[in-house]
Design a protein around this ligand. Structure first.
Ligand code: SIN
Length: 532
């Protein structure tokens, strides 16, 4: 049995994991464990940018106010103030790391764009490929850093927890050798990203299976606000396009939404039109599609020249062209798709969970800054701010505890993966994602949520039984996580008996001041039968 030891174990290699690892390497040895190749993360595919107050005419107060308004009464003001006020320093960190942000024509300051819900231009960006640029710069710095090691193709299965509920590391499946390894660490940091793959249609890559939320829940950590799933209003609608986002920044540059009769419609739903917050735009598109029976709406940026579009949105331009759509001449067919989890493992603004030894940063975490609806481009900002703060916090912890030595390890068993027919896992994987899309989507109802609860429970029970009987395989680990996270999203959605932000239930269409609070769930509620 292989046992690795390190000061700090980081699970995940997107911006959260790598930025934190760089900061923590100032005082500790760090091991980054990642389930595929190191660059494969949600971060890599981000297009828009990072929200940060830059202009003299803008202010921290305005950015805070915009964030609170989008979050519909559920944001934690203090957390938002920390995120906003520390943003400019983190942008400077990235400039120092070599991130090549887009500049103004004169070349002497950062170019800014607007996105939905922002009252000022404040999104710093790298054309439309912030994720690729950021991930590449972080990876270059990580590779040059002697205190950071990385293990690729290594899928975390579960956390190692002692009898006192202290997290001591994790068990992981080395996909290349098909063996389970244990990694023991003084601190374990979840940076595993989101869970878009619990839905049939998502802007997220295949790695986003909610592993961090699932492992933390099974270990007994508190999970918050999972009903607030953000659907990005505009993903490309094309039979061969898998998960291709059409950045909100296009609307920031004047792109207009139309239905298939050619009518603009956003002003009917919100005076801010195309730049209303995402929950409103996604719901408006959903409504238009349901009314007409059409399968998509159109995003029109043909008022911009081909030359301008190639420079500002090279990635969107090229990708759409590859699917036969010249965006300088034709509107783009778009649909909403699952994009971001506003809830997650509950943490404070230093990334601490309620389990000793366990931290969480980035999309897997819920700090309270996003409330009931995340403001565009606040996610990378939160990730960077939390990464710095979590590292600073761990730097102050005494080293006396050391890496755990005498731990009773119970390795999950690996059996012959061929013993279980692939079709069984594939079927339940598809089914779970279809149930979530049809019953727990942009618009919900009490009846659909009740149906989802029954169906998802069956899938989860089957996944747990198969896991116990057939042992660990990559697909099994992910199916078990998808089923569990789906069940937690459904449970959270059933608990909240109102509509707020991203959680819209036709049976309770209004917000209720009594529900101006977080939805908290924990494994011990299951044994007390408090889980819906
Ligand atoms: C986008 O480019 O539209 C995505 C940015 C975000 O999710 O904040």
């Amino acid at each position: 049995m292989e046992i690795l030891k390190t000061d700090i174990l980081v699970l995940g290699s997107g911006a959260a994991g790598l930025f934190f690892a760089l900061k923590a390497s100032r005082f500790a040895d760090v091991l980054v464990v990642t389930k595929k190749k190191i660059a494969e993360s949600n971060t890599y595919y981000a297009q828009g940018g990072i929200a940060s107050v830059t202009l003299k005419e803008d202010s921290f107060e305005r950015h805070v106010a915009d964030t609170l308004e989008a979050g519909q009464g559920l944001c934690k003001r203090e957390a938002v103030e920390i995120m906003v006020s520390e943003g400019p320093d983190r942008i400077r960190d990235l400039v120092n790391l070599g991130v090549r942000f887009s500049k103004t024509e004169s070349g002497d300051s950062l170019a800014l764009t607007r996105e939905g819900g922002h009252s000022a231009p404040r999104i710093v960006h790298c054309r439309d490929v912030i994720g690729r640029e950021l991930e590449t710069a972080l990876l270059d710095a990580v590779r040059a850093n002697g205190r950071i090691a990385a293990r690729e193709d290594c899928l975390a299965i579960d956390l190692v927890v002692d009898a006192g509920r202290r997290v001591l590391g994790c068990y992981a499946l080395d996909r290349l050798s098909n063996r389970v390894v244990a990694v023991l660490a003084r601190h374990t940091v979840l940076a595993t990203g989101g869970a878009g793959k619990i839905y049939l249609y998502t802007s997220n890559p295949d790695v986003a299976t909610g592993d961090g939320i699932a492992m933390a829940y099974r270990a007994g950590a508190e999970i918050a606000n999972l009903e607030f799933v953000q659907f990005h209003p505009t993903c490309l609608y094309h039979s061969e396009a898998k998960s291709f986002l059409v950045s909100e920044a296009l609307r920031g540059e004047g792109a207009i939404l139309r239905n298939l009769d050619g009518e603009t419609f956003m002003k009917r739903y919100d005076p801010r039109g195309e730049l209303a917050p995402r929950d409103i735009v996604a719901r408006a598109i959903d409504r238009e599609m349901k009314k007409s029976g059409d399968k998509f709406v159109l995003l029109d940026i043909t008022h911009k020249s081909g030359e301008w579009l190639k420079k500002r949105f090279p990635h969107v331009y090229e990708n759409c062209l590859a699917f036969g759509i010249d965006i300088s001449r034709q509107p783009i067919p778009v649909v909403p798709a699952a994009h971001y989890m506003c809830g997650g493992v509950r943490v404070d603004m230093d990334g601490r969970t309620d389990l000793e030894g366990l931290m969480a940063i980035g999309e897997v975490a819920c700090t309270g800054v996003h409330g009931a609806n995340r403001l565009a481009s606040n996610s990378l900002l939160e990730t960077l701010v939390l990464g710095e703060r979590c590292a600073a916090r761990l730097a102050t912890e005494p080293r006396s505890a050391g890496v755990p030595a005498d731990v009773d390890l119970v390795f999950p068993e690996v059996r012959d993966p061929r013993a279980l027919e692939t079709v069984i896992l594939d079927h339940d994987w598809d089914l779970a994602r279809r149930v979530m899309w049809d019953y727990v989507g942009i618009v919900r109802s009490v009846e659909r949520l009740a149906l989802a609860r029954g169906r998802i429970r069956q899938i989860l029970d089957t996944a747990e039984r198969l896991y116990a009987e057939y042992g660990v395989s990559g697909d099994m680990v992910e199916l078990r996580n998808i089923a569990l996270v789906s069940s937690l999203v459904v449970a959270s959605a059933i608990i909240r008996k109102e509509s707020r932000g991203l959680h819209y239930v036709i049976d309770y269409p209004e917000s209720d001041p009594a529900w101006r609070k977080d939805t908290l769930i924990k494994k011990e509620m299951e044994s007390r039968r408090e889980m819906p």
